[in-house]
Design a protein. Structure first.
Lengths: 170, 82
């Protein structure tokens, strides 16, 4: 590898370290419960969506804010109890695999329920309230945004509440 | 789901083994041993057999659907020759 390539890769590594995300992934112990942060982010996203639905002129503000909430909630996977791999030299055992499975299933179930309720609900309301096609499209765009927030927050929320307290070590 | 009772803490104490040592021996996180001992988690057959093998006892000596008899009662029974 040339000297320029080595220097470039080194500077990219340094830039990645400055984000703090590698440190979050490497530090232990990883069975940290995050019981309130995902709930706050989820409620914030739902509140913004409801606000945007009630006042369509505010949708252009609500949508970017939901994207910001989603971007923050993605970090929950690094900081919370869900462990994707053997980070920091810790063992990922059957307990973690079982918890991850149940947490992701709950996330997918919540996102599916939201999609069904959102699609049929918005179609029903559009018929009843005689919404314009533009209004209906704007509302439907909110559904995948909210689904992303649900997929980022619900698994961490489930795992945090399902995780027993660590107890005393000997 | 049925509750699975266990005597891991008793066997561990009797052998003077820490949670970390047992966890390392069976390839799990030490917190998982804590969850098992407190009944917060029921192990897979694979893990149950590994723990039993570690203590060199049959798996039914460590795990049971019925609560295990307390040690003091077993000793009392033995003392009275029952």
């Amino acid at each position: 590898m040339s000297r320029t390539s080595t220097r470039l890769i080194g500077s990219l590594d340094a830039a990645a370290r400055r984000t703090g995300i590698p440190a979050l992934v490497m530090r232990g112990p990883r069975r940290r419960r995050l019981r309130w942060l995902p709930a706050v982010l989820l409620l914030l996203a739902c509140g913004l969506a409801i606000y945007g639905l009630l006042d369509p002129t505010m949708l252009s503000v609500a949508m970017p804010l939901i994207v910001v909430v989603q971007s923050i909630s993605v970090l929950l996977h690094f900081a919370g109890p869900l462990r994707a791999g053997a980070a920091g030299g810790e063992i990922i055992d059957e307990f973690d695999r079982d918890l991850n499975l149940r947490a992701w299933l709950s996330g997918f179930a919540a996102a599916t329920a939201l999609a069904l309720i959102g699609l049929f609900g918005s179609a029903g309301v559009a018929l009843l309230m005689r919404w314009s096609p533009i209004r209906l499209v704007e509302t439907v765009i909110l559904i995948p945004l909210l689904m992303l927030v649900v997929l980022s927050t619900v698994p961490t929320l489930y795992a945090s509440w399902a995780l027993p307290s660590p107890g005393e070590d000997d | 789901l049925p509750v699975i009772h266990n005597r891991i803490a008793l066997f561990r104490a009797e052998r003077g083994m820490s949670r970390r040592a047992l966890a390392d021996a069976v390839g799990v996180n030490p917190q998982t041993i804590g969850y098992l001992e407190r009944g917060d988690y029921s192990p897979s057959l694979d893990l149950a057999m590994k723990i039993a093998l570690q203590f060199d006892v049959p798996v039914e000596a460590l795990f049971s659907f019925k609560p295990f008899e307390p040690v003091w009662r077993a000793m009392q029974r033995a003392a009275h020759g029952e």
